[in-house]
Design a protein around this ligand. Structure first.
Ligand code: FES
Length: 112
């Protein structure tokens, strides 16, 4: 892992693109210890906070179906496309912009 800079701002390389197959997910740790859940669904890659907004469940350990991830702790469901809770849209997981570049998934965080 390491920080990189692109034309659109600073991005952090989290994972080789080849390590995230279609329908898969990976939990990656940033250097500051924050966990980020990466998903590939229907050809697109998404990056969300791995910490559930309810009580901190590990989102990346949930079941993924039809673009919806189910938190393993209390079964709240979130759309991976925008992080919104399906039943309570006022709740949302943090989402992060990303690029796939040089075979790496690179995520932009607000604090970098
Ligand atoms: S911690 Fe995720 S639903 Fe409760």
């Amino acid at each position: 892992m390491g920080d990189v800079t692109t034309d659109t701002g600073p991005y952090t390389a989290l994972l080789p693109d080849t390590q995230l197959p279609e329908g898969g997910r990976r939990i990656c740790l940033r250097e500051n210890g924050e966990a980020v859940a990466l998903f590939r669904w229907e050809g697109r890659v998404y990056a969300l906070s791995n910490r559930c907004v309810h009580r901190g469940g590990s989102i990346g350990d949930g079941a993924l179906a039809n673009g919806v991830i189910t938190c393993p702790m209390h079964d709240w469901e979130f759309r991976i496309s925008d992080g919104r809770c399906v039943d309570n849209p006022e709740f949302a997981l943090k989402t992060y912009p990303l690029v796939v570049q040089d075979n790496m998934i690179k995520v932009r965080f607000e604090d970098t």
